[in-house]
Design a protein around this ligand. Sequence first.
Ligand code: FEO
Length: 174
Amino acid sequence: MKMTEKVRNLINEQINKEYFSAFLYLSMSDWLNQQEWPGAANWMYVQYKEEIVHAEGFVRYMAMRGEKIELKPIEEPKHEWNSVLETFEEALAHEKYITAAIEKVAKAAEEDGDRAAKLFLDWYVLEQVEEEVNGEDNVMLWKKAGDHPGALFSLDRQYAARTFVADEIPHLDN
Ligand code: FEO
């Protein structure tokens, strides 16, 4: 079954959004490194890699369905923030925006009777729940650390421990 134009266009837009997410987190990671928050920078760098996997998941799915991808220019991300907390607050706001975008694609797949695309998108719907929970936790922890140098130092060290494990996205052939 061919995709409807609406679903194809929305998935193409989502590919762009996921690559933009990668750019945003890479930019945050770089800024955090410059500000000497190596742990938080590591966390954002792992997030950058996750977003590449999300984007590639859509690219591979389109290839599997024989649908054309249309790569559009990726918007330039911000380069400066006022605090480490602000990067995590903006990351959370960004994930909420991505959740709404994913819900829109899933709804279109459902309305257009593309059950295969809907099944594929369900993984992303659930992933967004995790993304928002992580985002809320990050904001809560950095807020709690407040202005206490000791708490900030140990929190940053904790964030240095995050490692990248590529998500296995279901329904893709290899
Ligand atoms: Fe690709 Fe952070 O959602």
